[in-house]
Design a protein around this ligand. Structure first.
Ligand SMILES: NC(=O)c1ccc[n+]([C@@H]2O[C@H](COP(=O)([O-])OP(=O)(O)OC[C@H]3O[C@@H](n4cnc5c(N)ncnc54)[C@H](OP(=O)(O)O)[C@@H]3O)[C@@H](O)[C@H]2O)c1
Length: 262
């Protein structure tokens, strides 16, 4: 029997990048897939791939920032596939932060999609999970959420919010049978990282590799899961670095990392 065993997984941001790859990896492991995103044509393509893997798929278009839309999409998926066992909130946006223009519109978008969009996606399945006394919510933070990162201050803030929000929710949900996993990916080659003007080649995982890690975290029931291991090691060092050392390193490393000023 495959690990998914016909369980129902809903993935937001399923049309592209990490969400798409995670949905396909879960399909290969026997999960039945609810696919939510805002691009119906791309969703249909992913649904077709899931069905080719021999499992049922149900695609629903929604903007996760709109609570009524995400609730309607989850209801539509559950009406076809049955109650959601696992929700993986992959929908997200990322933009660089420059000065003196702080792009507060970008900050707002990242907080709305990455934080509120995730919370609203969870809220849409939570009453059902609590009623059944079981369920699993998976949030995608980032290693960039563990310390403030040069050129991505707003993105870092949104991902730090994901991390602490889920940490704070964990005890209340655990008592009601709902598990939370927070995933912290390093760089992954997707639309989000495609246009970052890196000064030199940056090692990135492919979305399919990221998906293997995410599904492993889900199946292990990890509390927190960071990958790849070398990034996790480096991040462990940065997290424990005294502020003065961290600031000194970022003052030097940040400007050298990109071809543009920030
Ligand atoms: N790539 C990385 O290096 C990396 C590292 C750490 C964490 N992450 C996180 O991983 C998650 C997936 O990112 P990715 O790299 O796979 O990016 P991606 O390729 O851009 O995929 C994100 C998907 O989410 C969708 N989306 C965005 N806003 C949405 C909304 N309001 N409602 C519904 N769907 C929405 C996007 O649709 P559109 O194409 O229409 O925008 C896209 O299909 C994000 O939370 C990201 O922050 C990524």
């Amino acid at each position: 029997m495959t690990p998914g065993r016909g369980r129902v997984a809903i993935v937001t941001g399923a049309a592209n990048g990490i969400g798409r790859a995670t949905a396909l990896e879960m399909a290969a492991r026997g999960y039945r897939l609810g696919l939510i995103d805002r691009d119906p044509a791309r969703l249909a393509e992913v649904a077709g791939r899931v069905e080719t893997a021999g499992v049922e798929a149900c695609a629903a278009e929604a903007d996760v920032v709109d609570p009524a839309a995400i609730q309607a999409a989850v209801d539509a998926v559950e009406a076809v596939l049955g109650p959601c066992d696992v929700l993986v909130a992959c929908a997200g946006v990322g933009r660089m932060t420059h000065v003196p223009d702080l792009d507060t519109a970008g900050l707002r978008a990242m907080l709305e999609v990455n934080v509120l969009g995730m919370a609203q996606s969870f809220e849409a399945v939570l009453p059902g999970m609590i009623g059944r006394g079981r369920g699993h919510l998976v949030g995608i933070s980032s290693v960039a959420g563990l310390r403030g990162m040069p050129w991505m201050a707003s993105y870092s803030a949104s991902k730090a919010a994901v991390w602490t929000y889920l940490e704070g929710l964990r005890p209340a949900l655990k008592r009601r049978g709902v598990r939370i996993t927070t995933v912290f990916p390093g760089f992954v080659r997707t639309g989000m990282t495609l246009d970052v003007p890196f000064a030199r080649p940056v090692t990135m995982l492919e979305p399919e590799q990221a998906a293997v890690h995410i599904v492993r975290a889900i199946e292990k029931g990890s509390r927190d899961y960071m990958f790849p291991w070398l990034t996790a090691l480096g991040m462990g060092f940065l997290r424990r670095s005294p502020n003065r050392l961290y600031d000194w390193m970022m003052d030097r490393a940040g400007p050298k990392a990109l071809t543009t000023d920030f």
